[in-house]
Design a protein around this ligand. Sequence first.
Ligand SMILES: Cc1ncc(COP(=O)(O)O)c(C=O)c1O
Length: 390
Amino acid sequence: MTSKHLMNTYGDRALTLTRGEGPWLWDSDGKRYLDALSGIAVCGLGHCHPAVTRALGEQASTLVHCSNLYNIPAQQQLAARLSDISGMERVFFCNSGAEANEAAIKVARLYGHGKGIDTPTIIVMEQSFHGRTMATLTATGNRKVQAGFEPLLRGFVRAPFNDLEALETIARNNSSVVAVLVEPIQGEGGVRVPAEDYLQKVRALCDRQGWLMMLDEVQTGAGRTGTFFHYQQHNLLPDVVTIAKGLGNGVPIGACLTRGTAANVMQPGNHGSTFGGNPLACAAGLATVDTLLSEQLMERAAELGGRLQRALTEGLGDCPHVVEIRGRGLMMGIELTVPSAPVVARALEEGLIVNSTAERVIRLLPPLILSDEQADELVATLVPLIRAAA
Ligand SMILES: Cc1ncc(COP(=O)(O)O)c(C=O)c1O
């Protein structure tokens, strides 16, 4: 039952989940669910992965928090690990995706002022999602997220996603632009994958214009699409990239990674966070990253994504109300011509947790540790429900 003491932000929450292990969740009645959502792309290692649990236990009994007034070895180690993996140089730690994007937006504004631009402006995309703080909801391309919170912030212009010409037109007409902020695959917008050469072309345009290329990998990051960051499949380096969700396997942690000029615009006093990068969160982050690497889970995400894509295409390819099955690795969307929420509700009855986004898209974000048999079970449960949806 929903509590009257909680602010009314999430609507009715009928289900109470009390325990998790690997890809499984149990509710308060003891019913078991196959989790193909991972807390919205968070628990990539599955629930209560022993490596993360062990690291948390050890850190919790040593030092939970000390403030960024002091050195935090786990924070330094995680920053070094992320830099090694990504080709980026300097990391700011925070507690969520929205905060990671706030840091990116502030980096872009400092960068712009450094170039003598009075109103540094960031190009953001239609159908994007960047968070719920005032700056990130302004950046978000969804009126529902913004409505009622006006006045929005200045310093953003919007372009259609996956449309390079639109960016070139802005380049010709707006000399205040300092950066482009884009999700390499739009998540909340419906798992939209741009053209294969889109990100490369954005990179080239940013180079030509002196703009920062800022990627929001809050959802795509931490191995989900088959590489640690999705951009690593496109042979490029951004200037700024953000990550959160999957980085701590359930422990709140976010990060903004920077490179080149963007790595040096922040100076002491410009930005900060009480909790950001604290010992407990970084211990979880280190254990998560090390496990992703040692268990080769990024490769596994790519392989399993292929298996799911093939099985879903086989089961649904001839279904007239299925528009498209798309995604990369274990970030998949099944777009329907009909609302997707009823399918999600039926799946829950059948003991399968999936998600509905952009009204007609069923989103799958299963943990990267899913076995072949569990992936087959997911498909066997979901396909008949989708077939029956029209
Ligand atoms: C691409 C992207 N950016 C930012 C966010 C916001 O992250 P958080 O909810 O941790 O603030 C999300 C959350 O769904 C996201 O998908």
